[in-house]
Ligand binder design. Structure first.
Ligand code: PLP
Length: 482
């Protein structure tokens, strides 16, 4: 039988079947996707289907060939990516939006939750009360939107509307050498160029050095460049370092430069009372980003940008009037959810069509509350500290960077090893192949380190202990064999 008309309903039954397969996946007992690559590629790929197989068979194929060959990322022992496996509430909220509100626009309950969730997050993470936000697809675009606001502001002070006229002068963005590479890409996309990013030296803990920043700004004070932004990290991707925000913010204010804080990973860390003081100076920010698809456990595709005054986003990113949009709405006598687009989020960033991501964030917060997140964040920070403690106590391990948040950078050491970087790279390869504990690596001051980042809601203290044990056992074994 051919199926040339798409199924448009029957969700209860189809979800029951899919739900069972997804739950099976979450037992994490299947082999890695690369173990039987040929069989699923054959089953899923092949020639363009002339005729359809129908939705029921499609779901069956997904259960058999697609889902079991998914990613290791959601696994509790996987600590390599900061994006993590989504928790159930977020998955179900995203699914609900797919069905009931495909767009964030319109006066719907979904649209309402965009603003509710942005404000809940702002309050939870101690942002200035007046800050307003907009969602986008993740930290990359969130940084782009923030730097777009900064660029607009810097040029407006020169009497130039850069959104209209384009870049009229060379620009500079000041960021630590540990900043995320999406800062450079945002500079490129915004027409400033990657080389506009001036990297400022870090101290030995990977934190931007305020003295070096000041010196650079003094040197640049009389050049022809427009200083667009100073960027600080709360939680670098490598080590979780938090820059000295107050000092940096004060310097940015002194030189009258936009102060952006990249908290894609680490902003939620403010909930840990033991390190809250490191966020002192957050209130000086002109823009802040955070990625709910990192520590909050949202499905991938959700970042948020906050600014003090959302009208600057409108000036930077408004797409301009379009008859097919504005013409369909009314300002008077609103009675239908289709009478208005609601808050014009589509004019505060780079997407017109976008899902109501706020519904997902709302669901996550509503499910476990601020206290639930506080406990998760403390739990993860504890895991990084536990790894550091165990490493300090073990003669074959060295802590290369003490944890600030939930990342611990450590390595295996031995007098007998010729090249510790090679040895640790091999240990890491072996861990990836064993597929129980999957950290990443990074390089700190020339040392290749094992880098677990604990963010997954499924990860427990036991996983942290097992990771340390596995690194020791693997290192010992590799040394034996050489
Ligand atoms: C992850 C990350 C980004 C990029 O975010 P995506 O959501 O992956 O696009 C930017 N900055 C920091 C500090 C990050 O950790």
């Amino acid at each position: 039988m051919y199926h040339e008309r798409a199924e448009c309903g029957n969700l209860a039954k189809l979800l029951e079947q899919l739900g069972a397969d997804l739950e099976q996946y979450q037992r994490f007992e299947h082999p890695d996707a690369m173990c039987n690559e040929d069989s699923w590629k054959t089953a899923l790929g092949g020639a363009l289907p002339e005729h359809g197989i129908g939705c029921a068979q499609l779901i069956a194929d997904m259960g058999q060939y697609l889902i079991p060959n998914g990613s290791q990322i959601p696994k509790p022992g996987c600590t390599s990516f900061i994006t993590t496996g989504a928790t159930s509430a977020g998955v179900l909220a995203a699914l609900s939006a797919n069905v009931a509100a495909p767009q964030r626009v319109g006066l719907t309950a979904f649209n309402y939750l965009e603003e509710v969730s942005l404000q809940w997050m702002a309050e939870m993470f101690g942002l200035p009360a007046a800050m307003k936000g907009v969602y986008s697809s993740g930290g990359s675009v969130a940084n782009l939107v923030a730097l777009g606001a900064a660029r607009q502001w810097a040029f407006e002070r020169l009497g130039i509307n850069v959104a209209e006229e384009g870049i009229q002068k060379p620009c500079r963005v000041y960021a630590s050498s540990a900043c995320h590479r999406t800062i450079h890409r945002a500079a490129a996309v915004l027409g400033m160029g990657r080389s506009a990013v001036v990297e400022i030296a870090n101290d030995e803990n990977g934190r931007l050095c305020p003295k070096a920043l000041r010196q650079q700004l003094q040197v640049d004070a009389n050049n022809a460049c427009v200083a667009v932004a100073v960027v600080a990290n709360v939680g670098t991707t490598d080590t979780g370092a938090i820059d000295p925000l107050r000092e940096i913010g004060n310097i940015a204010a002194e030189f009258n430069i936009w102060f952006h804080i990249d908290g894609a990973y680490g902003l939620p860390g403010i909930l840990d009372p033991r390190i809250k003081h490191l966020y002192d100076g957050l209130l000086l920010a002109d823009s802040v980003i955070v990625d709910p698809h990192k520590w909050l456990g949202a499905p991938v595709g959700i970042g948020a940008t906050y600014v003090r005054d959302r009208s600057i986003l409108n000036r930077a990113f408004s797409q301009g009037a379009a008859d097919y949009l504005e013409g369909s709405f009314t300002d008077n006598n609103i009675q239908s959810s289709m009478d208005s687009m609601g808050i014009p989020y589509h004019d505060f960033g780079v997407e017109l069509s976008a899902p109501p991501r706020g519904t997902v964030v709302w669901a996550l917060i509503r499910e476990i509350g601020k206290t639930g997140f506080q406990q998760r964040i403390c739990r993860h920070n504890d895991m990084a500290r536990l790894v550091a403690d165990l490493a300090h106590k073990h003669p074959s391990l060295e802590v290369v960077q003490e944890p600030t948040l939930s990342i611990c950078c450590f390595r295996y050491v031995s007098q007998r090893a010729q090249n510790l970087n090679d040895l640790n790279r091999k240990i890491h390869r072996q861990l990836v192949q064993n597929a129980h504990n999957i950290p990443s690596t990074t390089i700190i001051n020339g040392k290749l380190v094992i880098r677990p980042c604990f963010v997954g809601a499924r990860t427990t203290e036991q996983h942290a202990r097992e990771l340390v044990d596995e690194v020791i056992a693997t290192g010992d074994k590799l040394l034996e064999n050489c």
